[in-house]
Design a protein around this ligand. Structure first.
Ligand code: AMP
Ligand code: ZN
Length: 114
């Protein structure tokens, strides 16, 4: 996908602070962290939003969830706890239209939104 910032990161055309990578998935530090630990987990192939996940995309989501477990271990929040977020479309707060999960941790997160 041209002009997709996360595709460019996946292709190595834009640098990132990589946390974890495998064949299907890449995880890197968010450039504007909203918590002491804020990692973005993406599928390497372009999927625009959660609503664009088809049967094949479900395998990517599964890989992203497995990667999240690994990231939690790497960041040493697997026991302490963390939060996963997927923003979908405009009212969901999605800004980058390449499917991604946020892994947030390193502080006691409050319940509730925004
Ligand atoms: P969302 O609002 O769910 O679309 O979140 C997009 C996230 O991507 C935001 O938290 C941004 O800070 C983050 N982001 C945007 N560009 C980059 C980049 N080049 N490297 C790392 N994180 C980025
Ligand atoms: Zn993309």
């Amino acid at each position: 996908m041209e002009d997709c910032i996360f595709c460019k990161i996946a292709a190595g055309e834009i640098p990132c602070r990589k946390v974890y990578e495998n064949e299907k998935v890449l995880a890197f530090e968010d450039i504007h962290p909203m918590a002491p630990i804020h990692v973005i987990i993406i599928p390497k192939r372009h999927i625009a939003t959660l609503m664009d996940v088809d049967a094949e995309g479900m395998a990517d989501l599964q890989s992203m969830m497995s990667a999240a477990q690994e990231v939690a271990r790497v960041e040493k929040v697997d026991q302490k706890g963390f939060r996963m977020v997927i923003n979908c479309n405009k009212e969901g707060g999605q800004v980058v239209f390449h499917l991604h999960m946020h892994l947030l941790g390193g502080l006691r997160l409050k319940n509730g939104l925004a």
